[in-house]
Design a binder for this molecule. Structure first.
Ligand SMILES: Cc1ncc(COP(=O)(O)O)c(C=O)c1O
Length: 362
């Protein structure tokens, strides 16, 4: 079976693992600090903004949580009711809503664009004096156009779990909002097994985030959690910072190959177009009807495919509103294997399997 996702850890130097084990320092320390400053320097700092500062944390979910928590500690909604609302998308990871609920805020969902990304115009319409943040995931690795949100007062929290190290319609992905986060989960663009990172160029905000992650050596009773990544995990990430650009290049090549191979299916199957800035964390086709039959067909041919999002968030969390574009996109979405370690032979097998499925299902 060709798996849907596979970690990319080719460059890890095993001798470093030995050094770390014998150093006596496995918890958060200098390796995490190195990862934080290298991540900001490589992916976020620019001449017009910065410098960015980051905190490496235990997961992407934690990064979302601590980012929102710090915002709510520093920023009551003007009406005085804190923590208020977080505007986010109907199509994304459950972690978005869990993090919003964890800080006691209310999620306000908006519909998506046909490509699955949040509709930033609709999000801008939902911003009010109650808004704690707008949480915008760059879904599948496709940078969101944040233009309608950039001139508003509400902080934009860019969810870069699936997309960073690239430029989108508003410049550097992750560095346009007030803060950003990413995930280092096993199948993500950079992976440490479990892990994540949150970053901002706001010095007060990063101080609050750091404070919330350290409960020790404190003399007040303010709530804090140990949310830190370990040096052990951070060490896995360091070589991947170097290979990130090359890995994105490989993802782009595979996406280009798929799109070319599926050109003659275009009349019936929605095939993603090459798109500047897209890092192709996921390659998602839209089938004419619900994608279940395609998923089953491809799995029976040894190709693990999935819907790229488990379920629209309003369904899972019983949230109000109608989100017809997100529903339609989700129902027809089919995510194919795409990752740097997918060999040319495996890519060919994926292409042939999709063509055979199309022969049966279209
Ligand atoms: C868009 C998005 N945000 C947040 C997360 C949460 O990250 P983690 O699984 O590291 O907690 C994920 C993980 O899949 C994600 O895809």
């Amino acid at each position: 079976m060709i798996p849907h996702s596979r970690p990319t850890l080719d460059d890890f130097d095993l001798s470093v693992a030995g050094e770390l084990l014998t150093s006596g320092r496995l918890a958060r320390g200098q390796v995490c600090e190195r990862l934080e400053s290298l991540f900001c320097g490589r992916f976020l700092d620019s001449e017009d903004r910065g410098p960015w500062r980051a905190r490496a944390v235990s997961s992407g979910t934690t990064a979302l949580h601590v980012g929102l928590w710090a915002l709510s500690n520093l920023r009551s909604a003007p009406s005085g009711t804190c923590p208020g609302e977080v505007v986010t998308t109907a199509l994304g990871c459950n972690a978005l809503i869990h993090a919003i609920h964890a800080v006691g805020a209310r999620p306000v969902l908006v519909d998506t664009l046909p490509d699955g990304n949040p509709d930033a115009e609709k999000a801008a319409e939902r911003v009010t004096s109650e808004t704690l943040a707008v949480l915008a995931p760059h879904l599948y690795g496709n940078p969101v156009d944040l233009s309608p949100l950039l001139s508003l007062d509400a902080p934009i929290f860019e969810d870069c779990a699936q997309c960073f190290g690239t430029d989108g319609p508003n410049g550097r992905v992750g560095a346009r909002g007030a803060l950003m986060m990413t995930s280092f989960y096993a199948t993500k663009l950079i992976c440490t097994g479990q892990g994540g990172l949150v970053a901002t160029d706001d010095s007060e905000l990063i101080e609050e985030i750091r404070d919330l992650c350290e409960y020790d050596h404190r003399e007040d009773a303010k709530a804090r959690w140990n949310m830190n990544l370990s040096d052990w995990c951070a060490q896995l990430a360091l070589p991947q910072l170097q290979s990130h650009a090359e890995n994105l290049q490989q993802r782009r090549q595979i996406a280009g190959r798929y799109t070319e191979a599926f050109a003659d299916l275009r009349e019936k199957l929605e095939v993603p177009e090459p798109c500047p800035g897209h890092v192709w964390y996921r390659y998602v086709l839209l089938t004419p009807e619900a994608s279940e039959a395609w998923i089953e067909d491809l799995v029976s041919q040894g190709i693990e495919t999935k819907r790229p999002v488990y379920a629209p968030l309003q369904r899972t969390f019983g949230l109000s509103g109608r989100f017809p574009v997100a529903e339609d996109h989700w129902r027809r979405s089919l995510s194919l294997p795409i990752y740097p370690t997918l060999t040319e032979g495996e890519q060919e097998q994926v292409i042939e399997a999709v063509k055979r499925a199309a022969g049966r299902l279209l």
